[in-house]
Design a protein around this ligand. Structure first.
Ligand code: RIB
Length: 301
């Protein structure tokens, strides 16, 4: 059984400032740092750091060699990542001293995915293999349809959640991994438990992983609801905390671990990520997560 992540790769331009700039305002940033990012790349790296063999598919620009190298250094297979003459996708990220962020994404080469690329890539995968998707690439709906035709198990992080995704048929998705905002958009309910109930009715065959930031998370595995508290963290930069959680959560599902173990490991990995700057570079390795977990157990004994 293989796992493919068809996802975005971005260059993240991270500006540190006092507060998030609002409409009509101009503010000088205190620092600029450039990091590899993109929800797709971050999640592939999180999956790999959690211990899985991952195939990444997508598209980087002529300036994207360092993104490909980073994926390969982390053991991610990049045979199905195209390189185009466009610029790579990029993000403009404002991060405050308290770790809050605000992200603007320019698709760049992520918009260069063609239907023939999808068909060719998916022809290397078979029924029962897993495919992970976010919503920062062109052709998300087409990928969903092709993956369903091939009998792949589809895991979707509907982020960013836009009009096109809201109109798409998501009934073939086996696992939805979504935050409060995405849950509210897909369900029409603001309150998390009400949103979850609505989503259970809307997608009766789908497992639902709802992340709630500092409030923890809720996992509906199709039979029972598993709540998880968030681990306390000194937030420096919350960018990619969700991607870290997603990678570790999926790795745990893929390995068939019990739900509570999956959730506590994913939450702790995300707590470590928010205590560091940057996106993919902030994602902890599995041995770091396990060491932190062991420390917590011994402290609580
Ligand atoms: O989820 C964080 C990511 O969102 C960043 O790395 C940025 O590139 C945007 O895609």
């Amino acid at each position: 059984m293989k796992i493919l992540n068809y996802g975005s790769c971005n260059v993240d331009n991270v500006y540190t400032l006092d507060h998030i700039v609002t409409e009509g305002e101009t503010e000088a940033a205190e620092a600029l740092a450039v990091f590899p990012g993109g929800k797709g790349l971050n999640q592939s790296i999180a999956l790999a750091k959690a211990g899985l063999s991952v195939f990444h598919a997508g598209c980087v620009g002529a300036d994207g060699d360092f993104l490909l190298e980073l994926l390969r250094e982390n053991g991610v297979n990049t045979d199905w990542v195209k390189q185009s003459s466009e610029k790579s996708g990029h993000a403009v990220i404002q991060v405050t001293k308290h770790g809050e962020n605000c992200i603007l994404v320019y698709p760049g080469a992520n918009g260069e995915i063609r239907e023939e690329d999808v068909t060719e890539t998916l022809s290397h995968f078979e029924a029962g293999d897993w495919i992970l998707l976010q919503n920062e690439l062109a052709k998300t709906e087409f990928i969903l349809k092709e993956a369903e035709k091939r009998g792949l198990r589809i895991l979707l992080n509907p982020s960013p959640c836009n009009e096109a995704l809201l109109a798409a048929d998501l009934s073939s998705v086996s696992v939805l991994i979504l935050n409060e905002t995405e849950a509210a958009l897909l369900s029409g309910e603001k309150e998390p438990l009400a949103a979850l109930e609505r989503l259970k009715k809307k997608y009766p065959r789908t497992q639902l992983m709802l992340t709630l930031g500092e409030e923890g998370s809720l996992f509906w595995d199709g039979k029972s609801l598993h709540p998880q508290k968030a681990y306390p963290a000194e937030a420096v930069d919350t960018t990619a905390a969700g991607d870290t959680f997603t990678g570790y959560f999926i790795a745990g599902l893929f390995e068939g671990l019990p739900p509570q173990e999956i959730l506590s490991r994913a939450s702790l990995a995300a707590a470590i990520a928010v205590s560091r700057r940057g996106a993919s570079v902030s994602i902890p390795r599995r041995d770091e997560v396990e060491a932190a977990m062991a420390r917590r157990h011994s402290e609580n004994e």
